[in-house]
Design a protein around this ligand. Structure first.
Ligand code: PLP
Ligand code: COI
Length: 366
């Protein structure tokens, strides 16, 4: 075993069962989202005595796990999501990975897991994408979705923070997150359930937040909606975020309005980037509490002209209608808004290397 040295040195064990070119190309022709995985994965181990050690790229495969591993009982787990993009010259890039590293560190603090340095995080991505570079698709709007995650692997049923932790990165070729590409989506307002409370884990990217969203998400599907919207847990009137995306409203004067990050929502990297791009173009951006009534009345009066969701998986997705048990806001057949689509085009142009990267957001991987 190699004890923690900074930065970590990775070893690579090539897979003996890597898919051949024809099998891989068949998958890349229609990747969907989160269904197929590349030939390798990263693993790094941590224990209380040695810190982070044994950084490896190994063949993708099942994780042997003791039934008493504490993640299976107490859900001490965090994850990230980012993408690798193929540019026209064949090179492969990722978007603001140091932001994901910092967010993983903040999630680690909240879940009392060990922090992985930004340098080791970015290197773990680079190592995996270097080995599985052929899995980065090149068709328009496709990418390789990267999923770093960390979990308590110690076999111990006492309730305390684990003294043995594993970090892994897996990768999955990705097309559009929603069926039907970038068509406007419908969202469902959860009135019975909230996602996060004050002092809770809402700002952490931890599995428990997603587990809590699954029942209301199922309700959303029953009502013909693709995502669920949560309100604040205290007053039940402020909009927070969707199950897996942040939300923006666009005012008729071109201003963007988005709920502030006050500890109960995920601080989205796409959200932050949209705020920057909008400000670059002279749009006002208001990060503040937004009530469901402001949205409803704003759409009725013509004050609110567009609504969109954003995140790594969703990029920027127009929202056509919000359905609630009592009323609807918007119209399911509404077309995508003009500002929504121009922000989407600008963001994806930067990510795919089609326009200059003025903010130094892109990191070359291969
Ligand atoms: N909110 C939630 C709950 C998410 O899962 C995500 C996706 O990661 C986001 C917001 C958007 O975050 P980002 O733009 O960093 O992907
Ligand atoms: C992402 O956009 O990366 C997400 O995590 C959303 C969802 C796939 C969980």
């Amino acid at each position: 075993m190699t004890a923690t040295k900074f930065p970590l040195a990775f070893t690579t064990t090539p897979s003996q069962r890597a898919r051949d070119d024809a099998e891989r190309e068949a998958i890349l022709a229609d990747p969907g989202f989160g269904k197929h995985f590349t030939d390798h994965m990263v693993q790094i181990t941590w224990d209380i005595e040695h810190g982070w050690h044994d950084a490896e790229v190994v063949p993708y495969g099942p994780i042997p796990m003791d039934p008493a591993a504490s993640v299976l009982h107490y859900a001490q787990e965090i994850f990230e999501g980012l993408k690798a993009y193929r540019h026209a010259d064949g090179s492969v890039w990722t978007f603001r990975p140091e932001r994901n590293a910092l967010r993983l560190q903040r999630s680690a603090q909240r879940l009392n897991l060990p922090e992985l340095s930004t340098e080791d995080f970015v290197e773990s991505i680079r190592q995996l994408v270097a080995v599985d570079a052929a899995w980065v698709p090149s068709a328009p709007e496709t990418s390789l979705y990267l999923r770093p995650f960390m979990y308590a692997s110690e076999s111990f049923l006492g309730v305390r923070s684990a003294q043995k932790v594993d970090y892994r990165v897996i990768a999955s070729p990705a097309g559009a997150y929603f069926h039907g590409g970038i068509k406007p989506v419908s969202i469902w307002l959860s009135t019975d359930y909230t996602r996060a409370g004050r002092g809770g884990m809402g700002a952490a990217k931890t599995g428990g937040n997603y587990a809590a969203s699954l029942l209301p998400q199922a309700e959303a599907y029953e009502h013909g909606c693709q995502q669920v919207l949560f309100l604040d847990s205290v007053e039940g009137k402020y909009i927070e975020e969707l199950g897996g995306m942040n939300l923006f409203l666009v005012r008729h004067d071109g201003a963007l309005i988005t709920p502030s990050t006050s500890g109960t929502i995920l601080e989205g990297i796409t959200r932050d980037s949209i705020i920057q791009l909008a400000r670059d173009h002279g749009h006002a951006v208001e990060e503040r509490p937004v009530t469901i009534d402001e949205w409803r009345e704003g759409v009725a009066s013509g004050e609110i002209t567009e609504v969109f969701a954003c995140g790594t998986a969703a990029v920027i997705t127009p929202v056509a209608v919000l359905k609630t048990p009592d009323f609807e806001i918007g119209d399911a057949s509404a077309p995508a808004g003009a500002l929504t689509m121009s922000l989407r085009e600008e963001l994806t142009d930067i990510q795919y290397g089609r326009r200059p990267d003025h903010h130094d957001w892109m990191t070359r991987l291969v």
